[in-house]
Write a protein of this length. Structure first.
Lengths: 148, 462
């Protein structure tokens, strides 16, 4: 019983630390309450807000260039911080012949000017992905990918 | 499922620490005698409280700074400015109040036969509060000699990147990710509250290059300081190809800012690597072992503090014979306000003294009702001789009216008390509640300490 009490305390402390860390980053440093901790464990995310969606033309350009064997094409659609790292180790990200489709209609807002866009890759290594895009100077660029 | 694993892993990682003292040992460390113990003062940060160090923890098994720093040779206390944590450190309730707390702890240590020199462990803005406290101009008193060393964790010496860095930099990506947490997961009212905090005086001062930051005094020279920074490396993955984007400090304060001007005494704790995609989920904050708010309980940070504490003097400072340099520990018996014969003597811990002696009406042209004047003599004490007497010289002689200010032109004192710049002076404490000052060849003038009230000459026993 006592061990469970201790573990429960630790869990609460860790959750509070996590929320506190976030709050500090937003300008605070740990002032929190139970509702925020509860809310933090929610897994649902809102759809992209009006005005934050990606145009079809921009989506098609990312679809085409991110899977290109030409590293210049790839670099051209990467967020600046990612591009700086990529150009040091350039190369094709997917095998030749790979195709990608972004499902912009199902994009979710992940942060300020950041979207999580579901993507489907076809070719020799097919699969479902989430493409993280970030808006810089009014245009969308790729920040990373993850598997859903 | 993955989130559950991460959470459990985070919990387990917080439990893997060095052995901690028992509850009884911890209690004795925070409330028992200071004799033979290094006094340690823990200073929390912005939007925080002493509880960040583990004061008041109810669970003996949960690691905390208090438990990890407590030992048979330490006495641990916390400085609390949680009621005004959003104010800038020069606020009288933060930096100057901390200076008072340092002086108080040092004095209690000396009175208990301890070293009388405090080790300060400060987190985040607490380090900036300490910089203010250790500067006589900012802290409003001189406590440099009351401090054996300072350790800072994640102190934003050059501000926090979250206030100004470009959004295309890794830090900017991090900021956007965390902004997204507010959009996605938190109540609007809470976000408004947090945004309001971001506009507080302290938050404004955190902007790199801010006027407040530039005006803050540097660390005193020759003070043993250790600046510890957390370093989280941010990566991204593109279809399984991983690229390093750079480090984001401890997710609040960059490494360079946390190191400040510590130079060779700067330390960096490697907090590991995190993918940028994970930062867009709260799990990342849980997953990283030493984000900013976790530093006060992180064993690697506290290990740095322990090293400074172990290097600090543990016993009373002694001066066996010879003419040792004066220290706050040796001058302490004299520090205070002493009165006798209508004159007052203030001696500060910075080894300076100021004696005010009434020397008669400021008679000018034989006009009636002219105010009284005081002769004000300033001393600087520099050494203690083998007999325990403090020696020094007169560094300034002046006059002021009874009401203050400068004496009228042409004023001549009733008599010449013999004080002049360069005159050697000796301060002795012949018995309890009494000091005597001997200036040059003049006879010693007795002064009695009577809680701020002037004493009659006879009470001094002179």
């Amino acid at each position: 019983m006592r061990r469970w009490v201790i573990w429960s305390g630790v869990l609460v402390a860790v959750a509070a630390a996590a929320v506190g860390g976030y709050l500090w980053l937003r300008g605070g440093n740990g002032a929190t309450n139970g509702t925020s901790a509860d809310a933090a464990t929610s897994s649902s995310a809102p759809p992209a807000q009006p005005g934050s969606s990606m145009t079809e033309a921009r989506a098609q350009r990312i679809e085409r260039q991110l899977v290109s064997p030409d590293s210049n094409d790839v670099a051209d659609v990467l967020a600046s911080s990612v591009k700086a790292a990529y150009v040091k180790e350039p190369g094709a990200l997917l095998p030749a012949g790979a195709m990608m489709h972004l499902d912009v209609a199902r994009a979710e807002q992940a942060g300020q000017d950041v979207l999580r866009v579901p993507a489907t890759v076809t070719g020799s290594t097919p699969g479902a992905w989430i493409v993280l895009v970030i808006r810089e100077n009014g245009e969308w660029f790729v920040l990373g990918t993850e598997q859903p | 499922m993955p989130r559950t694993i991460l959470l459990v892993a985070a919990v387990v990682s917080t439990l893997v620490v060095a052995p901690v003292p028992s509850q009884a040992e911890a209690a004795d460390c925070t409330s028992g005698s200071l004799a033979g113990r290094v006094p340690v003062l823990l200073v929390h940060g912005f939007n925080s409280a002493p509880s960040t160090w583990g004061f008041g923890d109810q669970h003996p098994g949960v690691p905390s700074a208090v438990k990890q720093l407590c030992s048979a040779t330490t006495h641990v206390e916390g400085f609390d400015y949680s009621a005004v944590h959003t104010e800038w450190v020069t606020d009288n309730r933060i930096g100057p109040a901390l200076a008072t707390a340092i002086a108080d702890l040092a004095q209690r240590s000396r009175q208990a036969g301890g070293p009388g020199k405090v080790v300060i462990v400060a987190h985040s803005m607490g380090g900036l509060a300490t910089r203010c406290a250790l500067d006589p101009g900012c802290g409003h008193r001189s406590v440099r000699d009351d401090v054996a060393g300072v350790v800072t964790f994640g102190t934003p010496n050059h501000g926090t990147f979250l206030k100004s860095y470009g959004l295309s930099l890794p830090e900017g990506v991090l900021l956007r990710a965390l902004s997204g947490q507010c959009v996605r997961r938190f109540e609007a009212s809470l976000c408004e509250f947090v945004d309001a905090i971001a506009t507080s005086p302290a938050a404004h001062a955190f902007t790199p290059g801010s006027g407040e930051e530039k005006r803050l005094p540097p660390w005193p020279q020759n003070l043993p300081t250790r600046a510890v920074a957390g370093k989280i490396t941010l990566t991204t993955s593109l279809f399984g190809h991983v690229f390093q984007l750079g480090d984001v400090g401890d997710a609040v304060v960059g490494v360079e800012s946390a190191h400040g001007d510590a130079g060779a005494r700067a330390r960096t704790v490697d907090c590991g690597t995190v993918g940028v995609a994970a930062f867009f989920k709260l799990q990342a904050v849980v997953d990283i072992s030493c984000t900013h708010v976790r530093e006060p309980r992180d064993p690697r940070f506290l290990a740095e503090a322990k090293q400074v504490i172990e290097a600090a003097p543990k016993g009373a400072v002694s001066h066996p014979g010879g003419t040792p340099s004066l220290t706050s520990a040796t001058i302490n018996p004299f520090v205070g306000t002493w009165f006798a014969h209508g004159g007052g003597l203030d001696i500060s811990a910075d080894m300076t003294g100021r004696q005010k002696i009434s020397i008669g009406p400021c008679v000018v042209d034989n006009l009636p009702d002219t105010p009284y004047c005081n002769q004000v003599v300033s001393y600087r004490f520099t050494a203690m001789n083998a007999q325990g007497a403090v020696t020094g010289t007169v560094i300034k002689v002046g006059y002021e009216t009874w009401e203050g200010g400068r004496p009228p032109a042409g004023f001549k004192p009733d008599g010449d008390l013999g004080f002049r710049v360069g005159l050697p002076v000796t301060l002795r404490k012949p018995k309890k509640d009494m000091v005597t000052v001997t200036a040059g060849p003049a006879a010693g003038l007795p002064f009695c300490q009577l809680n701020g009230a002037s004493a009659a000459a006879g009470e001094c026993g002179a």
